[in-house]
Design a protein around this ligand. Structure first.
Ligand code: GTP
Length: 386
């Protein structure tokens, strides 16, 4: 499917940059346009692939290009004040050619966390295409302010988009990895999963037509209905059949039964392995299974069995399935998109943080009100004395 990608804040910009690299490397063809929005000049300068004219600096009047320092209320205010600047870049997108917008942001910082929901609301008001979010949750060791920002912004972002795809940094950290090195690896993991999904809905006329190719409407239908989505992915290296031996013997080594079993077990591995946002799979409302790899290794029966297995796991009747043939790959893989998931421990934890923060704020307000009233009373008594 064709997307307009908009990266908001540092994490958003870097992930969009990585999507562009992935799209170029794999010939995915799913990126129609890419824009980066930030309140920090250096972050915009650090991008490698987003075209310079599509890098929008916001909030110059308030923060002079220095970022908002994890203040996501300020991030939201800046996005609202400078929405016309962002719209100026969006006006250059051939919007009639895209299937959807994807707004990408880290939920823990200030610029993206505050600004992404504001932008999503604006886009939905103006355009008929769906507006999806890709929200990146902070690591739990990053500190209270990041968790609090994510807790506050998450709910708003879910409400403002047609579906929020989520990646939890916390579930993907590796021990002993440097932060910067970690992000490079994590960003590749992000785009491999979400990029493959979006590229799957973007098969050209000239591409190999598989038995049942996934198209963009299946992705859109799986995401419609809103809520939160997560992705699982698993792959396995396979012998390709274009070797000298097979050309001499005419034996392509294809074993239908083995291909079916491989695909079915890859669907299970993708679903039960590490998801971009860990959750109870049974709570998913809708799902999509996509098999990728050399066309000769994809078969309808395998996808169908995997799809039925996922129906049983989720109890949902809305599980779609199909292929994304990749002739040059020596790997067979499956992507499993679970949409409308509700049983997500990490989100419960964030909501708890938001509730506690709200209660603390109300306590502080009540104490301040009390102090103010007694001060006024004292003022009245003093007035009476003089
Ligand atoms: N996956 C991933 N997460 C990142 C990356 N950079 C930052 N983050 C996460 O994003 C959050 C911080 O958000 P940023 O995008 O850096 O902040 P910002 O939106 O630019 O806002 P300010 O810097 O406060 O102006 C943290 O919770 C990090 O975990 C990245 O390259 N990849």
């Amino acid at each position: 499917m064709k997307l307009a990608l908009i990266g908001f804040g540092q994490a958003g910009g870097k992930v969009v940059d990585e999507f562009l690299a992935f799209d170029e490397r794999t010939g995915g063809g799913f990126v129609e346009s890419a824009i980066a929005v930030n309140s920090a000049t250096t972050d915009l300068k650090g991008l490698e692939r987003v075209p310079e004219r599509n890098r929008v600096l916001v909030g110059q009047a308030r923060v002079k290009g220095h970022g908002v320092g994890a203040d996501n209320e300020l991030g939201a205010e800046i996005a609202e004040a400078d929405i016309d600047e962002i719209q100026g870049a969006i006006d250059r997108i051939p919007v009639h050619e895209i299937d959807a917008f994807l707004v990408v942001a880290g939920m823990g910082g200030g610029t993206g966390s505050g600004g992404a929901p504001v932008l999503a609301k604006h886009l939905r008001r103006i355009y008929t295409q769906p507006v999806y979010g890709l929200g990146i949750l902070p690591g739990t060791d990053e500190g209270g302010i990041y968790t609090l920002n994510a807790a506050r912004s998450f709910r708003t972002f879910v409400d403002e988009v047609d579906n929020l795809l989520v990646f939890d940094n916390d579930a993907w950290r590796s021990a002993g990895e440097s932060v910067a090195g970690g992000y490079d690896r994590i960003n590749r993991e992000i785009v491999e999963r979400f990029g493959l999904l979006f590229a799957a809905g973007e098969i050209d006329q000239g591409d190999h037509v598989a038995e049942s190719v996934v198209d963009s409407s299946e992705i859109i239908n799986t995401l419609s209905g809103g809520g939160v989505s997560t992705i699982g992915y698993a792959s396995e290296t396979v012998e390709t059949d274009d070797g000298l031996l097979s050309s001499l013997t005419g034996d392509d080594g294809f074993d239908e039964g083995a291909a079916t079993n491989r695909l079915t077990s890859l669907v299970r591995k993708a679903t039960l392995g590490r998801l971009t946002l860990p959750c109870d799979v049974a709570s998913a409302d809708r799902g999509l299974v996509v098999a990728t790899g050399p066309p000769s290794r994809l078969n309808r029966k395998g996808v169908e069995r995997g799809r039925q297995w996922l129906e049983d796991e989720t109890g949902s009747m809305e599980i779609r399935g199909g292929d994304y043939p990749l002739p040059d790959r020596s790997e067979v893989g499956t992507i499993v998109l679970l949409s409308g998931v509700t049983d997500v421990p990490r989100i419960d934890q964030l909501q708890q943080v938001a509730i506690e923060a709200q209660e603390t704020t109300e306590d502080v307000r009540a104490q301040a009100d009390e102090a103010f009233t007694s001060l006024m009373d004292t003022g009245g008594e003093l007035d009476a004395l003089f």
